[in-house]
Design a protein around this ligand. Structure first.
Ligand SMILES: [Fe+2]
Length: 401
């Protein structure tokens, strides 16, 4: 993260004695990126953050990836996953079903009602988009109240758990990186402050405001880490002698935060603006963009829907969250759909969409897009809800028609 934050008690001078009320010393822990050479936080624990009393394997949800072959654009119907009351037995971590993935990023979906176990992802940062529902995200840095439309960015190895709140199930779209996830560099000054042209800024970000302390013994923490399983991953359950939420204070530039998509100020123009104006975050070899309700192109001869485009270096994954996505009308895509537009196939508006958009002044659409610079393979959940027909919607006929 770009800016400094302090929560709870810390010492005036770093790396000096900090005593508990009983006279013992707090344990100082540096959580830092890029080997002590990038953003970090200093945390003060009541206990010893290294202490574990047991370890056992955690069998991760199915991480098998299948190539998109033969190469076709696809429509994945996420809302067909977790039918009926299934969410009552699901949590937002162990219940994730893998939709798409490659060596840089994995996209999973869960509809949950149970609290997750304590969890840390040691493979990279997570950006979890909350499609619907509400939750408290409990972390070693403190708690965050999150809900519909929030992107929740959780740095690598942050111990946390998802606790659904409110009457409806929690629908989470988890973007798990094998790297860090941050605002685009071009939005930031060389010292990390958001610049004037950025579509959001520090005031739009929410972070823990006070320490979160809990008591407990023999507490299990589920760790996702590099390994030799599918996707190069493995899981381990560490059992901690004391509760991991024992941080009385911390400071630094590295911590979980939330940003709501409604706070994204869209950039518009007289003619069609390219997708980079919709960018919200970036990771290694992928970007996250969002399409929010906005006034559209106002040149008298403007064509508000996108031109056909061949992203020769990217696969383009759009998750349609709300509203009506003008360019996709007639394709069967609706709320809860994902479109997969792979590199190697030129995509654009469905037949008739260009003509229908002429003269339109406002698009009521909400979508989250992930563009990857390496091809995406299909996870088991992606295969399970592939409609099998989308590829033929521009021509109106296909092999099964
Ligand atoms: Fe596109």
């Amino acid at each position: 993260m770009a800016f400094y934050r302090q929560v709870g008690e810390v010492t005036p001078k770093r790396h000096t004695q900090f005593r508990r009320p009983d006279g013992g010393l707090y344990s100082e822990e540096l959580v830092g990126e890029e080997g002590f050479s990038s953003d970090s936080a200093l945390l003060y624990h009541r206990g010893i953050p290294s202490a574990i009393v047991d370890a056992r394997p955690w069998e991760l949800p199915d991480q098998t990836l299948t190539p998109n072959a033969p190469l076709v654009p696809r429509h994945l119907k996420l809302h067909d996953l977790f039918p009926g009351e299934e969410h009552k037995a699901v949590d937002a971590v162990t219940g994730r079903r893998l939709v798409l993935g490659n060596g840089d990023v994995r996209i999973s979906y869960a509809v949950s009602s149970l609290p997750s176990p304590y969890y840390r992802n040691a493979t990279g940062d997570e950006c979890v988009y909350v499609e619907r529902g509400a939750a408290t995200l409990e972390t070693t840095f403190g708690a965050l109240t999150v809900g519909r439309g929030d992107y929740v960015v959780i740095p690598r190895t942050t111990t946390h758990r998802w606790v659904p709140t409110g009457p409806e199930p929690l629908r989470t779209y988890a973007i798990e990186a094998n790297s860090h996830i941050a605002p685009p560099k071009r939005y930031l000054s060389r010292y990390g402050q958001f610049l004037e042209h950025a579509p959001y800024c520090e005031r739009d970000l929410r972070a823990p405001a006070e320490p979160l302390l809990a008591e407990g013994t023999d507490v299990e923490v589920y760790v996702k880490h590099r390994g030799t399983g599918p996707g190069g991953l493995a899981g381990t359950v560490h059992v901690l002698p004391e509760h991991p939420f024992d941080v009385v204070g911390w400071d630094g530039h590295l911590y979980p935060y939330a940003f709501n998509i409604a706070d994204y100020e869209p950039i518009t123009g007289r003619v069609h603006q390219p997708p980079p104006v919709h960018q919200v975050f970036e990771g290694a070899n992928f970007v996250i963009c969002n399409f929010v309700p906005r006034k559209v192109d106002y040149h008298p001869l403007a064509v508000p829907v996108p031109y056909y485009h061949s992203n020769v270096d990217s696969d383009e994954i759009m998750f349609y969250v709300d509203g009506d996505y003008e360019a996709r009308k007639g394709s069967g895509i609706g709320k809860g759909s994902i479109s997969v537009h792979p590199g190697g196939h030129s995509h654009g508006p469905q037949p008739g969409a260009v003509e229908r958009s002429l003269g339109v002044e406002y698009f009521d659409e909400l979508a989250v897009m992930v563009d990857t610079f390496r091809p995406l393979d299909l996870g088991e959940a992606g295969i399970a809800v592939d409609d099998g027909k989308y590829a033929w919607t521009w021509s109106g006929r296909g092999p099964s028609a």
